[in-house]
Design a protein around this ligand. Structure first.
Ligand code: ATP
Length: 475
């Protein structure tokens, strides 16, 4: 069985072996921190998206969804502060030329120290980051003799800011082309459409706008598989509220988002909140929801009270009035915003890490083990696998009929090959919650064996009930 350290490596290998995640352009040796989702990964990812989208839009009458373009007018990013502020402090090692994010370098060192010393170092780092004290950060690295993992030396450059936005050219003729950015967050597509949606949807504050889409960041230290990618997807929701009520809504969304995570059956001990010490330029409160990955507690989602910063900035830069007339109090104002922002790929990684289990099933007579993904049934790529026991005696025909009856409702998988036990194990590895076997008894009394993934229990049920059994679990 794996220890915690190599469990993560086992998960990465599993994701590849079973068609969940591949390195992008692997045949050309891959592209760093860019990944492709395979046949089961794409299904799982889509199910996570749908679960989020439904809980945000369908279940909230005052939240609507949009789909804004990735390319936006370049002034958007000037107004949002990303051109000037969206950067991380970096440091280079002169001997290896390896570049580090300063916080990652110090955090890595803190992990090697006894707990009290590590915490003291992190507290010092947080203080310096908060003050943007780059000289202080460099001194901290030197005083602690933090070495480069490649060269092993402490020969560091100054600490510098590095902008994380990717840019490209819009227009075919070089002289006329203008520089535009690939969006580093989806939120701005929501802010610039605030009035469009509010007016056309006749939305009344408080209301929200949700969006799922790609975002791009030129992460310097991209590591930990799909945890930190250069191209990723975000699921964001901006909730517009009356000024002065933001604290109350912030608390409400904090609670509601945590409940969303727990609704997937995850052990609450695997989650905690972590308040931001250094607030972003736009925020008056911010908290992360962290999950205990095999490599420690890390952020999956941020909840930010963004004040009226973004709408005001867009008002100023576009010179268009972005205000809301509140008929209840007869006042015009720029609404305040509470944002919930979750990384889809991180949620995917969380879901897989939480579901992955290596089980020793050995008995005194026989050695045995299995790898099972205990995915929530709602999220599983395949909901039902249908197996005729043999390829003859009319069993495949019955199995096909069951497939045809279930396919329009949920994703099914059909297989005739190999022993039933082997077929079960392959479905366990991709997290299929139910397998049904059609055997000779089915022809006599119309019952089938349904096998439950987690308990491995098998029971006889009427063939005609299979569809509803599955539907009850996935709705
Ligand atoms: P981090 O501190 O890990 O860089 P962040 O605080 O910059 O993250 P936000 O700007 O708050 O992240 O983005 C919201 C969410 O988007 C994050 O909680 C995370 O789930 C996701 N996210 C951000 N950057 C990446 C990335 N490079 N790869 C994958 N997901 C990301």
């Amino acid at each position: 069985m794996s220890t915690d350290q190599n469990k993560f490596q086992a998960i990465i290998s599993h994701c590849k072996e079973y068609g969940f995640v591949f390195q992008s352009s692997e045949i050309y040796d891959g592209l760093s921190a860019v990944y492709d989702y395979g046949q089961y990964g794409a299904e799982l990812k889509k199910n996570i998206k749908d679960y989020w989208w439904k809980s945000m839009t369908q279940l909230h009458e005052n939240i609507v969804g949009i789909d804004a373009a990735i390319f936006m007018h370049p002034t958007t990013w000037k107004a949002s502060g990303h051109v000037d502020n969206f950067s991380d402090p970096m440091i280079d090692n002169r001997d290896s030329n390896k570049r580090y994010r300063v916080d990652h370098l110090i955090e890595g060192h803190a992990e090697t120290l006894p707990e009290a010393a590590g915490n003291a170092l992190l507290a010092q780092m947080d203080e310096l980051l908060k003050e943007n004290d780059f000289a202080g950060l460099k001194s901290l690295i030197e005083e602690n003799k933090i070495k480069c993992s490649v060269s092993g030396t402490v020969n560091w450059t100054e600490v510098r800011q590095f902008n994380l936005m990717f840019s490209t050219q819009l227009g075919s003729v070089t002289e006329e082309a203008s520089e535009i950015f690939l969006r580093p967050e989806t939120a701005q597509g929501i802010f610039v459409n605030f009035l469009n949606v509010q007016k056309t949807g006749r939305m009344k504050v408080p209301f929200g706008i949700a969006q799922i889409g790609k975002a791009f960041r030129n992460e310097i230290v991209a590591r930990q598989f799909i945890f930190r990618m250069r191209e990723f997807e975000q699921m964001e929701m901006q909730f517009f509220v009356r000024p002065g009520t933001q604290q109350e809504w912030y608390e409400k969304w904090k609670e509601e988002r945590m409940q969303w995570h727990l609704s997937l059956g995850t052990d609450p001990a695997k989650y905690h909140f972590k308040d931001h010490i250094k607030l972003a330029h736009y925020a008056d409160a911010a908290v992360d929801i962290e999950y205990e990955f095999p490599f420690g507690f890390k952020e999956v989602e941020g909840i930010h009270s963004r004040t009226d910063f973004d709408l005001k900035q867009h008002q100023e830069y576009s010179k268009k009035k972005i205000q809301y007339f509140d008929t209840e109090i007869n006042q015009n104002y720029v609404p305040y915003v509470i944002e919930t922002s979750i990384g889809l790929d991180r949620m995917f990684l969380l879901t897989i890490c939480n579901a992955y289990e290596e089980q020793d099933l050995s008995t005194p007579e026989k050695q045995d083990s299995r790898v099972v993904l205990k995915l929530p049934a709602k999220l599983a790529p395949v909901k039902l696998a249908v197996f005729p026991l043999t390829k003859k005696d009319g069993l495949p025909e019955i199995a096909r009929e069951l497939m045809d009856g279930c396919k329009p409702y949920f994703h099914c998988f059909y297989e005739e090959k190999d022993a039933i036990g082997r077929r079960y194990r392959r479905q366990d590895a991709i997290g299929t919650p139910f397998c049904v076997t059609i055997d000779h008894q089915t022809k006599e009394d119309g019952t089938v064996t349904i096998r439950h993934r987690d308990s491995m229990e098998q029971e006889r049920v009427p063939l005609s009930e299979v569809r509803n059994i599955v539907l009850n679990k996935i709705m």
